[in-house]
Design a protein around this ligand. Structure first.
Ligand code: DAH
Length: 324
């Protein structure tokens, strides 16, 4: 009797091993436990058995064992299915989209790093300003013609979007006093938009105030900066100019592809500006400069159209991969 059962179990195990899916398993189940199944048939033999009770118990155990083996196989088939669904090794790999730094950020970082090397620290300013910080304290009183040149976006009667980073000069002098040596990169806004002007663009302001700072310091630092930024000998000239917040004022031109190109404004900080923030111009003096980030990025990377910076064209932006 026992050997008969064990060969039945052995037979069942072999059949289960060949099952690849639930349908095949159902077939095996019915072959053993169905109406005409091999194990079901064994139950019919009970009435001829010598010890009916014992034989019945043995058969029940056999049935239970068979059911367990079938359940176990069913679980194995399901597990196999899950792992096959989870990893389809024939699928193409998923791309990890790697970003690149924007050329404007790259340029701000590049210039800031050079300036940090000269001892300037980086200051942050506000993009929303009052007329006091953007104009008055910088020696641009109401009705001054320079205000017209700035095409200001007013938010309301009191607040405006800063038209230049020069407002950070005032904030920092009032906050930390002097001596100081700072740069302030950031966004600025003006109401004009055409192929060479964007209503939002970026500037970087510099301010160095201490005792006995003169125009030689200004020239020395800016000339060195141009060489460090472009990494080559560049012909340059300081051309007299006018800004309300500096006296004397100059613009720095560089020779680029045979032509003079204006790259920044600068000058010695006007006495009135120092007085406006409570600094004694008899004791302290200094220079300031302001440059356009877009212009420096365009020259460095040979970008011809200002609008490429703001169009979010990935094939343009991906060219800067690897730069920080
Ligand atoms: N704020 C000026 C502008 O937006 C640029 C500038 C010129 C800044 C001369 C300065 C400076 O600090 O000294 O056009």
């Amino acid at each position: 009797m026992e050997t008969q059962y064990s060969s039945l179990i052995q037979n069942l195990k072999e059949r289960l091993n060949t099952c690849k899916n639930e349908n095949e398993l159902l077939k095996v189940k019915s072959d053993f436990l169905g109406k005409n199944g091999l194990i079901t048939k064994e139950f019919l033999g009970i009435r001829n058995a010598k010890d009916k009770k014992y034989t019945g118990q043995q058969l029940n155990l056999l049935k239970k064992q068979a059911e367990n083996l079938i359940i176990q196989t069913s679980l194995e088939i399901q597990n196999r299915q899950v792992s096959v669904d989870a990893i389809d090794i024939s699928l193409p790999g998923r791309n990890v989209a790697e970003g690149t730094r924007h050329p404007i950020s790259i340029t701000i970082n590049h210039i800031s790093n050079i300036m940090r090397g000269y001892g300037f620290r980086v200051e942050q300013g506000n993009e929303i300003e009052t007329e006091f910080y953007n104009f008055e304290a910088l020696n641009i009183p109401p009705n001054h013609p320079a205000r017209d040149m700035h095409d200001t976006f007013y938010i309301n009667a009191k607040n405006l979007l800063r038209t230049h980073t020069s407002s950070v000069q005032i904030h920092t002098m009032m906050k930390t006093g002097v001596p100081l040596k700072i740069i302030a990169p950031g966004k600025v806004y003006r109401c004009d938009s055409d192929p060479t002007h964007s209503p939002m663009f970026h500037q970087l302001e510099g301010l160095y105030i201490d005792e006995d700072i003169n125009f030689c310091h200004l020239k020395g630092i800016l000339e060195k900066f141009i060489m460090d930024y472009f990494q080559k000998e560049i012909e340059m000239r300081f051309r007299p100019s006018y800004f309300p917040f500096t006296e004397p004022s100059a613009e720095l031109d560089i020779k680029f592809r045979g032509k003079w190109l204006e790259v920044l404004g600068c000058g010695m900080v006007h006495d009135n500006v120092l007085k406006n923030v409570g600094i004694n111009p008899e004791k302290y003096s200094g220079f300031a400069f302001g440059l356009g980030i877009e212009r420096f990025a365009m020259l460095k990377f040979d970008i011809r159209d200002l609008r490429s910076f703001y169009e979010n064209d990935l094939s343009f932006l991906r060219q800067f991969r690897g730069l920080t």
